[in-house]
Design a protein around this ligand. Structure first.
Ligand code: SF4
Length: 116
């Protein structure tokens, strides 16, 4: 069955309207992108969508009670609930500096986005 997916590309502020035509799980055509990065993003959005995950973790003995963190790379959307369960069990020990890797999950680094 043929299906067309329509997206607003989020790779840069231009926000091109991109269409990806798919048949039986195979990408037939991509239209509307202005650059190769947008095409690559739109195809990935159809084939295997990914997101950078951001959250807040508690800090033990910190100047602040929590620290904001994010994954160092986008995570497959279907794995996000599993990642969130892992993150829910974490506490970070102070001191924490921005950019510190506070944990790792399935090879993906969890990075502090501020100090605490
Ligand atoms: S297709 Fe290219 S130019 Fe258009 S929004 Fe995406 S990244 Fe930006």
């Amino acid at each position: 069955m043929r299906k067309t997916y329509r997206f607003t590309c989020i790779v840069c502020p231009l926000g091109c309207s991109v269409e990806v035509e798919v048949e039986d799980g195979k990408v037939l055509r991509v239209r509307g992108h202005t650059c190769p990065r947008g095409k690559e993003w739109a195809v990935q959005e159809v084939v295997s969508p990914r997101r950078v995950v951001m959250t807040v973790l508690p800090v033990e003995n910190g100047a602040l009670p929590t620290v904001s963190v994010k994954t160092a790379e986008p995570v497959p959307k279907e794995k996000i609930p599993e990642l969130m369960r892992f993150l829910a069990g974490l506490t970070v020990k102070a001191p924490v500096k921005i950019g510190d890797v506070v944990a790792e999950w399935e090879g993906i680094k969890i990075v502090a986005t501020r100090g605490a």
